[in-house]
Design a protein around this ligand. Structure first.
Ligand code: AKG
Ligand code: FE2
Length: 472
């Protein structure tokens, strides 16, 4: 009730305060246009609008904007500064303590959006969601949920020059791989080809793998510690060839697929997409069916699937359940795409990143890139167990974990520059003669922790996936 009253009176109080500022702040006196009937003199006016405006904003009466990305070392260099606002205080769901005036201001400034606090109960989801909101991608989350795919427009992906940079890098790669006729029309007539393992072909592909919009939405589906599974290019020439409808579920052995999304694809469109340009296509809602398409269904939907028509520089994102394919290219020239596929940790990536990533590549990219390369994974075990100490010392975002403390901001673009390291060469076949429990006790002592169980708790606080005592 108190909150309602405060909320009701707040606008009055704010108006009264602004009137007060008009009265007390210095003003310029000018003659008006109304005459005093008794004296015949012009009435004088006080003009101090700009001063009052500045004082109003500075005093916080209008809750001025402040950036949300607390842990960010700065927004992405190729993204517009976040435009959404944050109030001066956040509310904790548990504490449920708020004051009406503040609530009123939040609702007023933010168009009624719910304020997202540092809600530990959500794990890293609250922090991720906040950043996705900053990027203007909340409707994309809804589209993923309702239809199983979503398209992000170029202006939310990067600057206009990004698409040129990617196109040039992709074309150079084709010429390197196939020689001077790598892009010749004859080579691509009636061909739709997937080019594997593009990641190390050009640093711009590395940067695309942690593009805030693409990675952010993938993390929404897969958890904030997902890894990169594949970085490929699709090149398609004019003709009849198309990609048949299918779901990308990585385990072909089962028909009834688990509800959780396991892998998720991002296509960065390097050329404009229309149906006649051979666009990718989707069966909206098919993600709810959670099974692979049959041959008969593939035929039925082939020409009814929805073509994604969007300009170069857009991204389309979908989870493994959604049936998709692509239309034949009826127009001249090539359709080109750069694809990143992400997956939950603990699954096997499609391409060999962990094995091929160099220290230089880790150094020039942000910390989260080491997480995408999965260089801090505890698995596989060798005979002498896992390397918990390396993982315990790793940066958040580079190692596993989906707790609030494990989150690495999407806007952290600072080169890691030595903060992440390539995986040591383990001798998996060496056994140190110790029992696992013995090794754990020694490790706990080395790490100056009383008991192993204490270590697991500490690990969890640090945001890692806590190794369970029973696994030890
Ligand atoms: O663009 C295409 O032709 C198909 C792409 C596809 O199926 C995929 O990337 O999973
Ligand atoms: Fe696919």
């Amino acid at each position: 009730m108190t909150e309602h009253l405060t909320g009701f009176f707040a606008p009055w109080l704010i108006c009264a305060a602004i009137l007060g500022l008009h009265l007390v702040l210095p003003a310029k006196g000018i003659d008006g246009y109304v005459r005093n009937e008794e004296t015949g003199a012009m009435l004088r006016y006080r003009l101090n609008g700009p001063v009052v405006f500045i004082a109003t904003v500075e005093s916080g009466l209008l809750a001025p904007p402040r950036r949300l990305a607390r842990s960010a070392s700065g927004p992405s260099p190729h993204l517009p500064a976040p435009t959404c606002l944050t109030p001066r205080r956040t509310f904790d769901a548990g504490a449920a303590k708020s004051d009406g005036l503040l609530e009123f201001r939040v609702a007023w400034r933010r168009g009624g959006f719910m304020e997202i606090g540092d809600w530990k109960s959500t794990g890293s989801v609250a922090l991720l969601h906040r950043e996705l909101r900053q990027l203007g991608l909340e409707s994309n989350i809804a589209e993923l949920t309702s239809f199983g795919f979503t398209v992000v427009p170029p202006e939310k992906v990067g600057p206009p020059e990004l698409v040129e940079e990617v196109r040039e890098a992709l074309e150079k790669t084709m010429l390197r791989r196939y020689g001077p006729d790598g892009l010749a029309p004859e080579r691509w007539a009636d061909v739709n080809d997937i080019q594997r393992f593009m990641l190390w072909e050009d640093p711009v592909f590395e940067r695309l793998s942690y593009n805030p919009a693409g990675l952010g939405l993938a993390q929404y589906l897969l958890g904030t510690d997902c890894v990169l599974s594949l970085c490929a290019a699709w090149v398609k020439g004019p003709g009849e060839v198309r990609t048949g409808l299918h779901g990308d579920y990585l385990d072909p052995a089962i028909n009834a697929q688990p509800e959780r999304v396991i892998n998720c694809n991002m296509h960065f469109m390097v050329t404009d997409y229309t149906k006649d340009d051979g666009a990718i296509s989707f069966v909206p809602g098919s993600h709810q069916w959670r099974r692979q398409i049959t041959a008969a269904e593939g035929e039925k939907w082939a020409d009814q699937a929805v073509a994604v028509e969007a300009p170069a520089g857009s991204m389309v994102i979908w989870g493994n359940h959604t049936w998709h394919g692509s239309y034949p290219k009826k127009t001249p020239g090539l359709r080109m795409t750069l694809q990143c596929e992400y997956m939950r940790r603990r699954y096997q990536p499609e391409e060999a990143y962990r094995e091929t990533v160099t220290q230089e590549a880790l150094d020039r990219n942000p910390v989260r890139f080491a997480g995408l390369m999965d260089v801090y994974s505890l698995f596989p075990f060798g005979k002498s167990d896992w390397d918990l100490e390396r993982q315990a010392g790793a940066e958040r975002g580079a190692k596993g974990g989906q707790s609030i403390n494990a989150y690495r901001s999407l806007f952290d673009m600072e080169p890691a520059d030595g903060r992440t390291t390539i995986r040591p060469r383990y001798d998996y076949l060496h056994h140190d003669g110790k029992m696992t429990s013995e090794r754990n006790a020694e490790r706990a002592k080395r790490m100056k922790i009383g008991q192993y169980v204490k270590y697991t708790r500490k690990a969890d606080d640090n945001g890692e996936e806590a190794p369970r005592a029973k696994r030890s």
